[in-house]
Design a protein around this ligand. Structure first.
Ligand SMILES: Nc1ncnc2c1ncn2[C@@H]1O[C@H](COP(=O)(O)OP(=O)(O)O)[C@@H](O)[C@H]1O
Ligand SMILES: [Mg+2]
Length: 361
Protein backbone atom coordinates (compact mmCIF):
# COMPACT_ATOMS: atom_id res chain seq x y z
CA UNK A 1 0.00 0.00 0.00
CA UNK A 2 1.36 3.41 -0.94
CA UNK A 3 2.22 6.14 1.53
CA UNK A 4 -0.53 8.31 0.13
CA UNK A 5 -3.23 5.65 0.61
CA UNK A 6 -2.00 4.92 4.09
CA UNK A 7 -2.18 8.55 5.18
CA UNK A 8 -5.62 8.87 3.64
CA UNK A 9 -6.87 5.76 5.46
CA UNK A 10 -5.45 7.00 8.75
CA UNK A 11 -7.35 10.26 8.44
CA UNK A 12 -10.52 8.43 7.44
CA UNK A 13 -10.39 5.93 10.31
CA UNK A 14 -9.54 8.76 12.73
CA UNK A 15 -12.56 10.76 11.59
CA UNK A 16 -14.83 7.70 11.85
CA UNK A 17 -13.68 6.76 15.34
CA UNK A 18 -13.94 10.33 16.56
CA UNK A 19 -17.45 10.81 15.27
CA UNK A 20 -18.49 7.33 16.46
CA UNK A 21 -17.40 8.12 20.02
CA UNK A 22 -19.05 11.53 19.86
CA UNK A 23 -22.25 9.95 18.56
CA UNK A 24 -22.37 7.27 21.20
CA UNK A 25 -21.76 9.48 24.22
CA UNK A 26 -23.95 12.39 23.15
CA UNK A 27 -26.82 10.16 22.21
CA UNK A 28 -26.77 7.86 25.23
CA UNK A 29 -26.21 10.72 27.69
CA UNK A 30 -29.06 12.75 26.26
CA UNK A 31 -31.35 9.75 26.32
CA UNK A 32 -30.62 8.72 29.91
CA UNK A 33 -30.88 12.33 31.05
CA UNK A 34 -34.30 12.69 29.48
CA UNK A 35 -35.51 9.40 30.86
CA UNK A 36 -34.34 10.21 34.41
CA UNK A 37 -36.12 13.52 34.55
CA UNK A 38 -39.15 12.41 32.63
CA UNK A 39 -41.48 12.46 35.61
CA UNK A 40 -39.95 15.54 37.25
CA UNK A 41 -40.48 17.72 34.19
CA UNK A 42 -43.65 16.04 33.00
CA UNK A 43 -42.37 15.27 29.55
CA UNK A 44 -44.47 13.29 27.22
CA UNK A 45 -43.13 10.18 25.50
CA UNK A 46 -43.72 11.76 22.13
CA UNK A 47 -41.69 14.85 23.01
CA UNK A 48 -38.77 12.64 24.17
CA UNK A 49 -38.90 10.59 20.98
CA UNK A 50 -38.94 13.75 18.85
CA UNK A 51 -36.03 15.30 20.75
CA UNK A 52 -33.99 12.12 20.47
CA UNK A 53 -34.82 11.95 16.76
CA UNK A 54 -33.53 15.44 16.08
CA UNK A 55 -30.42 14.82 18.21
CA UNK A 56 -29.76 11.68 16.15
CA UNK A 57 -30.26 13.53 12.87
CA UNK A 58 -27.83 16.30 13.77
CA UNK A 59 -25.29 13.74 15.02
CA UNK A 60 -25.49 11.86 11.70
CA UNK A 61 -25.00 15.14 9.85
CA UNK A 62 -22.01 15.93 12.09
CA UNK A 63 -20.56 12.48 11.38
CA UNK A 64 -20.85 12.94 7.63
CA UNK A 65 -19.22 16.37 7.82
CA UNK A 66 -16.40 15.08 10.05
CA UNK A 67 -15.68 12.22 7.67
CA UNK A 68 -15.67 14.54 4.65
CA UNK A 69 -13.38 17.03 6.37
CA UNK A 70 -11.11 14.13 7.43
CA UNK A 71 -10.99 12.91 3.85
CA UNK A 72 -10.10 16.35 2.57
CA UNK A 73 -7.41 16.88 5.18
CA UNK A 74 -6.05 13.43 4.34
CA UNK A 75 -5.79 14.26 0.64
CA UNK A 76 -4.13 17.61 1.29
CA UNK A 77 -1.58 16.30 3.76
CA UNK A 78 -0.73 13.16 1.78
CA UNK A 79 -0.03 15.41 -1.21
CA UNK A 80 2.20 17.54 0.95
CA UNK A 81 4.10 14.53 2.24
CA UNK A 82 4.57 12.99 -1.19
CA UNK A 83 5.53 16.15 -3.07
CA UNK A 84 9.11 16.37 -1.71
CA UNK A 85 9.56 12.67 -2.48
CA UNK A 86 8.60 13.26 -6.11
CA UNK A 87 11.09 16.15 -6.18
CA UNK A 88 13.81 13.88 -4.82
CA UNK A 89 12.98 11.21 -7.42
CA UNK A 90 13.24 13.79 -10.22
CA UNK A 91 16.56 15.01 -8.87
CA UNK A 92 17.92 11.45 -8.63
CA UNK A 93 16.90 10.81 -12.24
CA UNK A 94 18.60 14.01 -13.40
CA UNK A 95 21.77 13.00 -11.56
CA UNK A 96 21.70 9.54 -13.12
CA UNK A 97 21.46 11.26 -16.52
CA UNK A 98 24.71 13.03 -15.75
CA UNK A 99 23.47 16.41 -14.55
CA UNK A 100 25.61 16.29 -11.43
CA UNK A 101 24.97 19.87 -10.42
CA UNK A 102 21.33 19.06 -9.57
CA UNK A 103 20.43 19.84 -5.93
CA UNK A 104 17.25 19.70 -3.85
CA UNK A 105 15.77 23.02 -2.74
CA UNK A 106 15.95 23.49 1.04
CA UNK A 107 12.47 23.52 2.65
CA UNK A 108 11.07 25.17 5.78
CA UNK A 109 10.36 21.75 7.31
CA UNK A 110 13.13 20.66 9.73
CA UNK A 111 12.21 16.96 9.35
CA UNK A 112 12.59 17.12 5.59
CA UNK A 113 15.68 19.27 5.78
CA UNK A 114 17.64 16.40 7.29
CA UNK A 115 16.88 14.37 4.17
CA UNK A 116 17.51 17.27 1.79
CA UNK A 117 20.83 18.09 3.43
CA UNK A 118 22.17 14.56 3.32
CA UNK A 119 20.93 14.08 -0.24
CA UNK A 120 22.68 17.25 -1.39
CA UNK A 121 25.76 16.31 0.55
CA UNK A 122 25.85 12.91 -1.16
CA UNK A 123 25.49 14.46 -4.62
CA UNK A 124 28.23 16.99 -3.91
CA UNK A 125 30.61 14.20 -2.95
CA UNK A 126 29.61 12.15 -5.97
CA UNK A 127 30.23 15.12 -8.25
CA UNK A 128 33.60 15.72 -6.66
CA UNK A 129 34.53 12.08 -7.11
CA UNK A 130 33.43 11.90 -10.74
CA UNK A 131 35.26 15.11 -11.60
CA UNK A 132 38.40 13.89 -9.86
CA UNK A 133 38.30 10.61 -11.79
CA UNK A 134 37.85 12.43 -15.07
CA UNK A 135 40.71 14.78 -14.20
CA UNK A 136 42.89 11.84 -13.27
CA UNK A 137 42.52 10.17 -16.66
CA UNK A 138 43.20 13.42 -18.43
CA UNK A 139 46.20 14.26 -16.20
CA UNK A 140 47.71 10.84 -16.78
CA UNK A 141 47.31 11.12 -20.53
CA UNK A 142 48.82 14.60 -20.49
CA UNK A 143 51.78 13.39 -18.48
CA UNK A 144 52.33 10.51 -20.88
CA UNK A 145 52.14 12.71 -23.90
CA UNK A 146 55.44 14.56 -23.71
CA UNK A 147 57.76 11.57 -23.04
CA UNK A 148 55.91 9.80 -25.84
CA UNK A 149 56.65 12.65 -28.20
CA UNK A 150 60.33 12.46 -27.27
CA UNK A 151 60.20 8.73 -27.84
CA UNK A 152 58.52 9.13 -31.22
CA UNK A 153 61.07 11.74 -32.29
CA UNK A 154 64.00 9.50 -31.26
CA UNK A 155 62.47 6.55 -33.08
CA UNK A 156 62.12 8.77 -36.12
CA UNK A 157 65.84 9.56 -35.98
CA UNK A 158 66.70 5.88 -35.68
CA UNK A 159 64.36 5.06 -38.52
CA UNK A 160 66.22 7.41 -40.82
CA UNK A 161 69.37 5.36 -40.20
CA UNK A 162 67.64 2.00 -40.28
CA UNK A 163 69.94 0.67 -42.98
CA UNK A 164 72.96 1.06 -40.74
CA UNK A 165 71.49 -1.30 -38.16
CA UNK A 166 72.10 -5.04 -38.12
CA UNK A 167 69.15 -7.20 -39.12
CA UNK A 168 68.05 -7.96 -35.58
CA UNK A 169 68.27 -4.31 -34.71
CA UNK A 170 66.05 -3.49 -37.65
CA UNK A 171 63.44 -6.01 -36.52
CA UNK A 172 63.51 -4.57 -32.98
CA UNK A 173 63.19 -1.05 -34.36
CA UNK A 174 60.14 -2.04 -36.43
CA UNK A 175 58.46 -3.44 -33.34
CA UNK A 176 59.29 -0.26 -31.46
CA UNK A 177 57.85 1.93 -34.21
CA UNK A 178 54.60 -0.02 -34.26
CA UNK A 179 54.25 0.04 -30.49
CA UNK A 180 55.03 3.73 -30.16
CA UNK A 181 52.38 4.49 -32.79
CA UNK A 182 49.82 2.31 -31.02
CA UNK A 183 50.66 3.84 -27.65
CA UNK A 184 50.34 7.38 -28.98
CA UNK A 185 46.97 6.46 -30.46
CA UNK A 186 45.84 5.07 -27.13
CA UNK A 187 46.95 8.17 -25.22
CA UNK A 188 45.21 10.46 -27.70
CA UNK A 189 42.02 8.40 -27.39
CA UNK A 190 42.21 8.49 -23.59
CA UNK A 191 42.68 12.23 -23.66
CA UNK A 192 39.70 12.68 -25.94
CA UNK A 193 37.51 10.39 -23.82
CA UNK A 194 38.43 12.25 -20.66
CA UNK A 195 37.42 15.47 -22.39
CA UNK A 196 34.01 13.93 -23.03
CA UNK A 197 33.79 12.91 -19.37
CA UNK A 198 34.62 16.40 -18.23
CA UNK A 199 31.96 17.72 -20.62
CA UNK A 200 34.73 19.81 -22.18
CA UNK A 201 34.25 18.78 -25.80
CA UNK A 202 33.22 21.65 -28.06
CA UNK A 203 32.56 20.80 -31.68
CA UNK A 204 34.04 23.07 -34.32
CA UNK A 205 31.11 22.94 -36.68
CA UNK A 206 31.37 23.72 -40.37
CA UNK A 207 29.13 23.28 -43.38
CA UNK A 208 30.47 20.02 -44.82
CA UNK A 209 29.62 18.37 -48.08
CA UNK A 210 29.20 14.76 -47.13
CA UNK A 211 30.69 13.23 -50.28
CA UNK A 212 33.84 15.27 -49.83
CA UNK A 213 34.04 14.51 -46.12
CA UNK A 214 33.81 10.76 -46.70
CA UNK A 215 36.43 10.88 -49.47
CA UNK A 216 38.88 12.70 -47.24
CA UNK A 217 38.22 10.36 -44.34
CA UNK A 218 38.82 7.31 -46.48
CA UNK A 219 42.09 8.77 -47.76
CA UNK A 220 43.21 9.41 -44.20
CA UNK A 221 42.33 5.89 -43.04
CA UNK A 222 44.48 2.80 -43.02
CA UNK A 223 42.87 1.62 -46.29
CA UNK A 224 42.90 4.69 -48.56
CA UNK A 225 41.71 2.66 -51.54
CA UNK A 226 38.42 1.65 -49.93
CA UNK A 227 35.49 1.82 -52.37
CA UNK A 228 32.87 4.52 -51.83
CA UNK A 229 29.30 4.13 -53.11
CA UNK A 230 27.57 7.47 -53.14
CA UNK A 231 23.82 7.51 -53.63
CA UNK A 232 22.83 10.03 -56.32
CA UNK A 233 20.46 11.77 -53.92
CA UNK A 234 23.33 12.52 -51.55
CA UNK A 235 25.60 14.20 -54.05
CA UNK A 236 24.87 17.66 -52.68
CA UNK A 237 23.93 16.71 -49.12
CA UNK A 238 25.53 18.90 -46.52
CA UNK A 239 25.89 18.42 -42.81
CA UNK A 240 26.75 20.78 -40.05
CA UNK A 241 29.56 19.07 -38.24
CA UNK A 242 33.09 18.84 -36.92
CA UNK A 243 35.32 17.85 -39.83
CA UNK A 244 38.12 16.31 -37.80
CA UNK A 245 35.86 14.24 -35.55
CA UNK A 246 33.61 12.96 -38.32
CA UNK A 247 36.65 11.97 -40.36
CA UNK A 248 37.92 10.08 -37.28
CA UNK A 249 34.59 8.26 -37.10
CA UNK A 250 34.80 6.99 -40.68
CA UNK A 251 38.53 6.24 -40.48
CA UNK A 252 37.99 4.31 -37.26
CA UNK A 253 35.29 2.14 -38.78
CA UNK A 254 37.52 1.44 -41.78
CA UNK A 255 40.43 0.57 -39.48
CA UNK A 256 38.15 -1.86 -37.68
CA UNK A 257 37.06 -3.40 -40.97
CA UNK A 258 40.73 -3.97 -41.68
CA UNK A 259 41.67 -5.46 -38.29
CA UNK A 260 38.44 -7.25 -37.35
CA UNK A 261 36.45 -7.54 -40.56
CA UNK A 262 38.64 -9.31 -43.05
CA UNK A 263 40.03 -6.17 -44.67
CA UNK A 264 37.51 -5.76 -47.46
CA UNK A 265 35.51 -2.63 -46.76
CA UNK A 266 32.96 -0.58 -48.67
CA UNK A 267 31.68 2.79 -47.56
CA UNK A 268 28.14 3.71 -48.59
CA UNK A 269 26.43 7.08 -48.35
CA UNK A 270 22.66 7.13 -48.70
CA UNK A 271 19.57 8.88 -47.32
CA UNK A 272 18.23 7.28 -44.14
CA UNK A 273 15.42 4.76 -44.70
CA UNK A 274 12.87 6.06 -42.29
CA UNK A 275 13.85 9.46 -40.98
CA UNK A 276 13.81 12.36 -43.38
CA UNK A 277 16.58 14.87 -42.89
CA UNK A 278 19.06 12.16 -41.93
CA UNK A 279 21.86 10.60 -43.89
CA UNK A 280 23.49 7.21 -43.42
CA UNK A 281 27.19 6.60 -43.75
CA UNK A 282 27.75 2.87 -43.53
CA UNK A 283 30.90 0.80 -43.54
CA UNK A 284 30.50 -2.83 -44.59
CA UNK A 285 33.09 -5.55 -44.51
CA UNK A 286 33.20 -9.22 -45.38
CA UNK A 287 34.48 -10.59 -42.08
CA UNK A 288 32.62 -12.73 -39.60
CA UNK A 289 30.29 -9.94 -38.55
CA UNK A 290 29.32 -9.02 -35.00
CA UNK A 291 27.04 -11.45 -33.13
CA UNK A 292 23.81 -9.81 -31.96
CA UNK A 293 24.75 -10.47 -28.34
CA UNK A 294 27.83 -8.24 -28.81
CA UNK A 295 26.14 -5.52 -30.82
CA UNK A 296 25.69 -3.16 -27.85
CA UNK A 297 28.70 -4.16 -25.81
CA UNK A 298 31.37 -3.42 -28.40
CA UNK A 299 30.53 0.29 -28.15
CA UNK A 300 31.54 0.33 -24.50
CA UNK A 301 34.96 1.43 -23.32
CA UNK A 302 37.74 -1.13 -23.31
CA UNK A 303 35.39 -3.73 -24.64
CA UNK A 304 36.86 -5.94 -27.30
CA UNK A 305 35.07 -8.77 -28.99
CA UNK A 306 35.94 -12.40 -28.30
CA UNK A 307 37.79 -12.56 -31.63
CA UNK A 308 39.98 -9.59 -30.77
CA UNK A 309 41.15 -10.93 -27.42
CA UNK A 310 42.09 -14.23 -29.04
CA UNK A 311 44.44 -12.40 -31.33
CA UNK A 312 46.32 -11.01 -28.36
CA UNK A 313 46.95 -7.45 -27.32
CA UNK A 314 48.79 -6.24 -30.38
CA UNK A 315 45.77 -4.30 -31.65
CA UNK A 316 43.61 -1.55 -30.21
CA UNK A 317 42.54 -1.21 -26.60
CA UNK A 318 38.81 -1.25 -27.31
CA UNK A 319 38.38 2.53 -27.08
CA UNK A 320 37.76 3.13 -30.77
CA UNK A 321 34.03 2.47 -30.98
CA UNK A 322 33.39 4.11 -27.61
CA UNK A 323 34.88 7.33 -28.94
CA UNK A 324 33.10 6.95 -32.26
CA UNK A 325 29.80 6.75 -30.42
CA UNK A 326 30.59 9.87 -28.35
CA UNK A 327 31.47 11.80 -31.52
CA UNK A 328 28.29 10.70 -33.28
CA UNK A 329 26.10 11.49 -30.28
CA UNK A 330 27.49 14.97 -29.97
CA UNK A 331 26.43 15.52 -33.58
CA UNK A 332 22.89 14.48 -32.67
CA UNK A 333 23.21 11.17 -34.50
CA UNK A 334 23.31 7.46 -33.68
CA UNK A 335 25.45 4.51 -34.58
CA UNK A 336 24.72 0.80 -34.58
CA UNK A 337 25.95 -2.43 -36.09
CA UNK A 338 23.82 -4.93 -38.01
CA UNK A 339 24.35 -7.84 -40.38
CA UNK A 340 24.91 -6.92 -44.02
CA UNK A 341 21.74 -6.43 -46.00
CA UNK A 342 22.80 -8.58 -48.92
CA UNK A 343 23.34 -12.31 -48.53
CA UNK A 344 27.06 -12.10 -47.71
CA UNK A 345 28.41 -12.33 -44.18
CA UNK A 346 30.06 -9.34 -42.62
CA UNK A 347 29.35 -6.41 -40.35
CA UNK A 348 27.58 -3.23 -41.38
CA UNK A 349 28.23 -0.24 -39.14
CA UNK A 350 25.71 2.54 -39.77
CA UNK A 351 26.24 6.15 -38.72
CA UNK A 352 23.05 8.19 -38.90
CA UNK A 353 23.56 11.96 -38.94
CA UNK A 354 21.14 14.83 -39.27
CA UNK A 355 21.66 16.69 -42.55
CA UNK A 356 20.23 19.72 -44.32
CA UNK A 357 16.82 18.38 -45.33
CA UNK A 358 16.62 20.46 -48.52
CA UNK A 359 19.65 18.83 -50.07
CA UNK A 360 19.07 15.21 -49.06
CA UNK A 361 16.45 14.29 -51.64
N1 LIG B 1 34.13 -4.67 -38.52
C1 LIG B 1 34.08 -5.47 -37.46
N2 LIG B 1 33.80 -6.80 -37.57
C2 LIG B 1 33.76 -7.59 -36.48
N3 LIG B 1 33.97 -7.17 -35.23
C3 LIG B 1 34.25 -5.88 -35.04
C4 LIG B 1 34.32 -4.95 -36.12
N4 LIG B 1 34.62 -3.73 -35.64
C5 LIG B 1 34.72 -3.87 -34.30
N5 LIG B 1 34.52 -5.15 -33.93
C6 LIG B 1 34.57 -5.68 -32.56
O1 LIG B 1 34.38 -4.62 -31.66
C7 LIG B 1 35.43 -4.56 -30.72
C8 LIG B 1 35.65 -3.13 -30.27
O2 LIG B 1 36.13 -2.34 -31.34
P1 LIG B 1 36.98 -1.04 -31.01
O3 LIG B 1 36.23 -0.25 -29.99
O4 LIG B 1 37.34 -0.36 -32.29
O5 LIG B 1 38.26 -1.61 -30.28
P2 LIG B 1 39.57 -2.26 -30.88
O6 LIG B 1 39.57 -2.04 -32.37
O7 LIG B 1 40.63 -1.50 -30.17
O8 LIG B 1 39.54 -3.71 -30.49
C9 LIG B 1 36.60 -5.17 -31.43
O9 LIG B 1 37.51 -5.70 -30.51
C10 LIG B 1 35.94 -6.26 -32.27
O10 LIG B 1 35.77 -7.42 -31.52
MG1 LIG C 1 39.21 -0.26 -33.33
Amino acid sequence: MGVRTRILLTFLVGALVLSGVLFFFTYTLTRSNLREREGELGLSNQLIAETLGSVRASLILATVITVLVGLMLGIVSSERVVRPLAGAADAARAIADGRLDTRLEPTDDPDLNALTDSFNDMVARLQDRVERDARFASDVSHELRSPLMTLAASVEVMLSRRDELPERGQAALDLLVADVARFSGLVEDLLEISRYDAGAVRLTRDELQISELVQQAVLASSMPRTAIQLDERCRETRIHGDRRRLARVVANLIDNARTHGGGNATVKVQPADDSAGHVWISVEDSGEGVPESDAERIFERFSRGAGASKRGTSEGAGLGLALVREHVRLHGGRIWVEPRRDASTGARFVVELPCDASSSH
